[in-house]
Write a protein that binds this ligand. Structure first.
Ligand code: C2E
Ligand code: MG
Ligand code: MG
Length: 483
């Protein structure tokens, strides 16, 4: 079953290269003592030892599994790419998501789930070479950095073997639990030259593997020919629509619990001659992978500010406008200046702008924190979108200038049915309030959800129950009726 990866056998302290495998053994793997499961080995020695003071331990390692966390991931991706560049090798980033935790979760409870996560962490680190890095990047997600590999095929071999690891049920509390994993991979330099680009590519490939039914892997460029053709066509379409000024913003209203409008969220719309409006979930990852996200994002900021100015001129009560910003935009040094420029041109109050980021920005913490602080100094607010699905550490949350948490739609959808969602939503509301943040529930679709959210003292709501995303002319009607 594990034919391919078995080509790589682990012997104490090093991997043996079995003829026929194109997975290269690295000079780094020769060490006398194998690293403890879940911890970085040789590649981390220089940086990690430096950081591994007791104070930093928590900041760098996941409490449950003992695996490194996102902070180390950012450093190690840079390190792996630099090393690959210098040695003329390749490096790969794999994203792995557990597809079927629901089963283990519902049937066996949180303790069993935690045990599973620990077992998976050990399983992954055992399967990989000592020089590779396994990081827990989400509740049920891992990112793996493979240093110094020989070919794209080698990354595929590892990805396949990781998927197959899950073919055998995990024995937890004498109960077999069958899980499945989806893996996506991106290889340097074949699928990109920069860490974030590769990570994004691997993440998109992993999501595609999930969409295709899970329990499989995809590599970034390993699309079917139709996918490739569709993506090329769509990418061209984004470019032309952008140039021709055909992109649109729709706005979804956000309400306070007392029925007052809190603001609107700007959502990008890409009209297509045959597909109608293409979903941003489909074209944003493509724009991110191609670099088009920068002109696209610039358009969104400019247009949202312009719209705010038009509503103000028309005498509407000023409302807050939320803008979704990709982590790639936030990492660019020009970003703050672009936002400032849009504010100046439209002469809007920066306090009315709220930038929505996802927990993923924390991957590049120092850089994004700097950018966020610059913007916060102008009065701009920040919200964490889809909160609860990623892996923001509380320490990070606390250190960033964030004023709003948006509870992910998936928790709200299950709020009335699942006994698990209620305590999670309750905990997020309490967390937000204790950090002096406002909390918005996303994707509210019915009265029962609204009622529970009211009981939980959630501050604001957004969802189809109150309004779908609408073109600006239709939003104006709501704003005009606002007292
Ligand atoms: P998001 O920022 O979490 O936006 C909310 C999404 O949930 C929107 O989907 C909205 O239409 C949908 N939604 C809102 N209420 C409900 C509800 O009650 N039920 C259901 N089922 N869905 C609801 P949309 O417009 O398709 O956007 C999807 C995602 O694409 C957004 O998620 C955001 O992450 C991204 N996106 C949209 N516009 C932009 C943009 O300008 N820049 C960037 N970087 N990303 C964007
Ligand atoms: Mg959003
Ligand atoms: Mg959201």
């Amino acid at each position: 079953m594990f034919d391919d990866l078995c080509a790589l056998e682990r012997v104490p302290g090093l991997f043996r290269l079995i003829p026929g495998s194109n997975y290269a053994m690295s000079r780094f793997t020769r060490r006398a003592v194998p690293p403890p499961a879940g911890h970085l080995s040789v590649m981390e020695d220089v940086t990690v030892k430096h950081h591994r003071g007791q104070d930093n331990q928590q900041a760098l390692y996941d409490d449950l599994t003992g695996l490194p966390n996102r902070r180390l991931l950012a450093q190690q991706m840079v390190r792996a790419l630099t090393s690959a560049r210098e040695s003329g090798h390749r490096a790969a980033i794999l994203c792995l998501a557990i597809d079927r935790f629901q089963q283990g979760d519902d049937g066996h409870g949180q303790i069993a789930k935690d045990k599973c996560m620990k077992r998976i962490a050990t399983m992954l680190t055992r399967r990989l070479r000592g020089m590779d890095l396994v990081v827990r990047t989400g509740e049920e997600e891992f990112t793996i950095v493979l240093g110094e590999i020989e070919s794209v095929g080698a990354a595929g071999i590892v990805a396949k073997a990781l998927v197959e690891l899950f073919a055998i049920p995990l024995e937890v509390e004498q109960c077999p639990i069958l899980l499945r994993a989806s893996v996506g991979g991106a290889v340097y330099p074949d699928h990109g030259e920069r860490e974030m680009q590769l990570w994004q590519g691997a993440d998109t490939a992993m999501r595609r593997a999930k969409r295709d039914g899970g329990g499989r892997y995809h590599l970034a460029a390993q699309d079917t020919s139709t996918d490739v053709a569709e993506n090329v066509e769509l990418e061209d379409h984004i470019r032309t629509t952008l140039q021709e000024g055909g992109l649109r913003l729709h706005y979804q209203l956000q309400y306070h619990m007392n029925g007052q409008i809190r603001g609107v969220e700007a959502l990008l719309r890409l009209p297509h001659p045959t597909l109608g409006y293409v979903s941003p979930d489909r074209f944003i990852p493509l724009a991110e992978a191609s670099g088009l996200i920068h002109p696209l994002g610039k358009f969104v900021i400019k247009e949202a500010c312009r719209q705010l100015m038009l509503w103000n001129k028309a005498g509407m009560t000023p409302v807050r406008i939320a803008i979704n910003v990709s982590p790639l935009q936030l990492m660019r040094s020009e970003f703050a200046a672009e936002v400032q420029q849009a504010i100046l041109e439209s002469d809007v109050d920066p306090a009315l702008l709220e930038i929505e980021i996802t927990e993923r920005v924390i991957l590049n913490f120092d850089e994004t924190a700097k950018r966020m602080t610059e913007l916060a100094a102008l009065g701009i607010r920040f919200a964490v979108d889809d909160f609860g699905t990623g892996y923001a550490s509380l320490q990070h949350l606390h250190r960033l200038p964030i004023s709003t948490l948006k509870i992910d739609r998936s928790f709200i959808q299950r709020l009335c049915e699942s006994s698990r969602s209620y305590p999670i939503v309750k905990a997020i509301v309490e967390l937000a309030h204790s950090l002096k943040m406002q909390v918005i529930a996303e994707g509210v679709e019915d009265e029962d959800q609204l009622q529970l959210l009211r009981e939980l003292k959630c501050d604001c709501i957004q969802g189809f129950l109150l309004s779908r995303p609408l073109p600006p002319e239709e939003i104006k009607v709501f704003l005009s009726n606002q007292i």
